[in-house]
Design a protein around this ligand. Structure first.
Ligand SMILES: Nc1ncnc2c1ncn2[C@@H]1O[C@H](COP(=O)(O)OP(=O)(O)O)[C@@H](O)[C@H]1O
Ligand SMILES: Cc1cn([C@H]2C[C@H](O)[C@@H](COP(=O)(O)O)O2)c(=O)[nH]c1=O
Length: 216
């Protein structure tokens, strides 16, 4: 039976790498994938991984109908044996419904990849719909780690290394942002709640307030 599978995790846990591996393994067996993405850091119409691999993809625009796109593609006599949707958190809930219809009516497997929650630990609407509709939700096995060594479960947005909690839900960026620009850092829940990033933890450790008091 074809399935809608949601591969979810924090930023930087290997989702796009797995998407590219699934694509590689299937195309090596002569299958053809339809690859959708939206707002990849590498630019429009790209699916990229931090390991350096990149492939072309169909950039999903606002209001695009993914089911109609596939029906049109197939009715032109072109092939699609399975579907990959990366950065699926950026898709609208209706587009997730369309992907579910691709599974049920076109009988294609759909593999969706995305982060579940935003920098405020709120569900992205697309991810919420995926959790509601997916046949399976798979959590990535390679764990991203918080600076404290615990498993990272949350995405923090940072400016100059300091966690921020105000701003638009969507701001494309990376976990390797330079000091003064908007970036992201993955944290465990404890440190996300305390808004303690690697930079602020380092600063706190160096603060004279926490140095041992010397007598005399
Ligand atoms: N230089 C490197 N050497 C080995 N693995 C790396 C390197 N850089 C990144 N990675 C791996 O790639 C992962 C990020 O992969 P990516 O597919 O871009 O993540 P995601 O799509 O989940 O944000 C990291 O968690 C790490 O495991
Ligand atoms: C937490 C959070 C992230 N984003 C953006 C930042 C990146 O461009 C993508 C995630 O990509 P990745 O391949 O999983 O690293 O999402 C955002 O727009 N808003 C957020 O709150």
């Amino acid at each position: 039976m074809p399935e809608l599978v949601f591969f979810s995790g924090t930023m930087d846990c290997g989702k796009s790498t797995l998407a590219l591996q699934i694509e590689h393994n299937r195309s090596a067996r002569g299958l053809t994938g339809m690859i959708f993405t939206r707002n990849d850091r590498a630019g429009e119409g790209k699916l990229s991984s931090r390991l350096g691999l990149v492939t072309d993809a169909v950039e999903v625009g606002d209001g695009a109908d993914l089911y109609a796109y596939l029906v049109d593609h197939l009715s032109q006599g072109r092939r699609a044996d399975y579907v990959i949707a990366d950065e699926a958190q950026f898709l609208a809930p209706e587009q997730i419904d369309q992907l579910a219809r691709v599974v049920d009516d076109l009988e294609l497997d759909v593999y969706a990849f995305g982060i579940t929650t935003d920098f405020r630990s709120k569900l992205f609407p697309g991810s919420q719909r995926l959790v509601e509709l997916a046949d399976r939700v798979e959590v990535l096995q390679v764990e991203a780690l918080c600076w404290c060594g615990a498993r990272a479960t949350h995405n923090a947005r940072t400016v100059g290394g300091v966690m921020v909690v105000e701003g638009a839900q969507v701001v494309v960026g990376d976990v390797t942002g330079s000091a003064d620009e908007v970036g992201y850092e993955v944290l465990c829940r404890r440190h996300h709640r305390r808004r303690m990033t690697a930079a602020t933890a380092r600063a706190a450790a160096l603060s004279p307030d926490v140095l041992p008091v010397t007598s005399g």
